[in-house]
Write a protein of this length. Structure first.
Lengths: 252, 252, 252, 252
């Protein structure tokens, strides 16, 4: 079972334009620092947060309990001009978990309701015994040589965004999620996805748009260790000159 | 003329896996804080930075000179475990500017070259008289009501990413760029794009994928003021119940 | 028993002037952000860090184990241009604890040795049953009315620094420490100090230099809760119009 | 003439205990990040901020105008739960400047008045021609060998605080200020203080409390460059094996 938390800034849209639109650079700094801050706090308990839409962030939070969530909310309230609400759900797939996490929060009121504030809505938490996270770290083969060092920066960005769109489209069908984590890297919480299925998706996208990915897969009872094993899986592929497409890392 | 700067972390990819892969949450925090930091420094001179791929950021930097760029590089070197290189270019369209900014930096060596470090490659700077920035602030109509409060968080994220992909695809043909700035918001540096062209793009995408956008457009001699006018343009559309699709804001 | 950790930047002095002196504002930002960062990480486990000399910070860390310390070290290494070493000690008084924490670290090499790096030297950790923290939150009576709103800002600063010097001088004799925490506020880890002794110190200083303090005292098995009770003790004194000098807060 | 700005958090004391005392670690993080943030913004214009009491900060701001101050206030309002007011003054000595900066702000209302908010009170700004800043960077001789590596961390801290108290006491008589900047380092804005007077103060303190200081002195039309020259002055003394007590650095 994978546990996911939705972190949502309360009534953020209206705040950004009250009384007049706030300076865009200030909003960008606020959002990036809030993400970094929430990440650091979840990370001390081996969670992993994805910036998603910045005003709505999704996190894999196996092993992180009600009090931990509450303390993060309190810490944000004390240091930011905004507050956050959270929903928490668990499921067999990441898609299912975030769906439940969203629903329990939606039931408490709308994101732009001025009444709803600092909600902590927990549908369920994963037990230690059932805790299981599968992560795939996916990147694009040879992006620095073929793109970064050769085409305009925005074209590279466009290609990475295109890859993201195609990966998301396929993975969501299997109950897996996909998040951009910078550079040419994506992280996919993907409980329930087999290495074969992932390989097929990567090959399909290669045929469709000519972009070649590779993926390291890691498994653990928490997000941090699963992501680390996925990183190691990717290293194994690199050491083998990218001949493998998917490598599931296992400690021996 | 619009001036753009490419900000690139030196030799970042190799660093992230040396000697073993670094903790993913630490990398996420590092990237988000670096972005916030660079933003804050460019913003004191009315520039605006887009996070782009985090290890490669693009910024509109009209009015920001060589010494300003150098001081930002120095400040990053003194406080981060990494250094940054920058390329600066100017052009009639944002696409052209970033293309030149990329080229002058690429000529100094590869992004993952261990020799290339803290390059500041300036092709040209915009004069005060020629300085001109056009920005469009584009958002999705009614995203909170139709998506955020009703469908799973990841589905909303998926739709926003899809919108981004389609907008990028069309805008790049006209020499305009597009950056996600959080929520359901995009900022498009778009010198040379007419309001009619922008309206046509928005209507085309509505037909193709059923997502309805609106756009405020602002113009100034610097990024900050252009973005602010674009925000005000969007407010005008909202006050008119979203009947307009594109509004060019003009101070009267 | 109170547990204290010494957090020391490795070889920091030499780094600040290599190859030439680094920009002072950058160093100030680095130090303040490092403090904020270490604080946030210890705080997720109910520890409390004092900025002390910034390159050497002292923290009350009851309940925080070896792995927690190690993870903080790793996180700093991944995001800063410097690394940190730590020593941990326990004792009946805070003075004793920090003395041991310093010694175990000193034994591993000098603060400016280029060989010594990322040491984690733990003399002992407090058991759950023996864990006990007493904190006094001390402030100056009526500082806003008498000083902030009436005399030059630096004179107020001078008075607060003078108060700190006198408080430190007396408290250290009893095995208690004193840290400035901003405004006119001090926090004193003070296991072993009786309310009577604290009252005597405050009255002595009032006679000597004419500055009148008050103190809330809190007790718990961790730093956060002890500090919070100390805050509540101070609130009780304020509600009684500052007639009490020392109030030990007790939950009823 | 030296220009100083007082930066004061509006109505901060009451906010920290409303509705109940806020978590101490959160307040510490808020204060440190606010300081780092304000520092970074003033530093882009060659100003230098001292943390002072955190809720009241003093800055040397030669060359920084009304709009610059206003933009910093706006940026803080958009990203923090608190707002700041500022007073600006100029004078022949730093003491005089900060006195005026304090007075113009005090005239607008008390620091804990709930009415007073985001005041920007400027008595005067320094002209380019009259702009002059003298800074002394003072440190303690051999603190790492004699203290950091040999006595408990808090004892070193105590000695540094004692040194600060004695330095402040003497310097204020001459119109100079003194700020702790971490480690065993102090920065003294000291327009009007002669090298002979500084040497006499250092020798007097050596006799009184046995602590030996040295000082590099720098002069420029802005805080950053004056501080940098002071750093270089200190390096000259170190290279001469600390035989000099005061060295005024001059570019040749």
């Amino acid at each position: 079972m994978i546990q996911m938390s939705l972190i949502q800034i309360d009534n953020y849209g209206p705040w950004t334009v009250t009384p007049t639109p706030r300076n865009e650079s200030d909003l960008q700094i606020l959002q990036a620092e809030l993400y970094a801050d929430v990440q650091r706090q979840f990370a001390t308990k081996k969670g992993l947060v994805f910036f998603t839409r910045f005003d709505n962030m999704l996190a894999v939070t196996n092993g992180i309990n009600r009090e931990d969530h509450f303390r993060i909310q309190r810490s944000i309230r004390n240091r930011y001009p905004i507050t956050i609400s959270m929903g928490v759900g668990t499921g067999k797939t990441p898609y299912e978990s975030q769906k439940i996490a969203t629903q329990v929060l939606q039931e408490k009121g709308g994101a732009q309701s001025s009444d709803r504030k600092e909600i902590l809505a927990i549908d369920s938490l994963v037990n230690k015994e059932d805790s299981y996270v599968q992560m795939a770290h996916i990147d694009i083969n040879g992006v620095t040589e073929s793109l970064t060092d050769n085409v305009p920066a925005f074209d590279t960005n466009f290609m990475v965004n295109k890859a993201q769109h195609y990966l998301m489209t396929e993975l969501i069908k299997k109950g897996a999620l996909l998040f951009f984590i910078g550079g040419d890297n994506f992280m996919s919480p993907c409980n329930g996805l087999s290495p074969k299925q992932l390989k097929d998706i990567i090959e399909k996208i290669h045929k469709e748009i000519g972009i070649k990915h590779k993926a390291g897969v890691g498994r653990s009872d928490n997000a941090e260790d699963a992501a680390y094993s996925a990183d190691l899986g990717l290293e194994v592929i690199r050491q083998g000159n990218n001949k493998e497409i998917v490598h599931v890392f296992k400690d021996e």
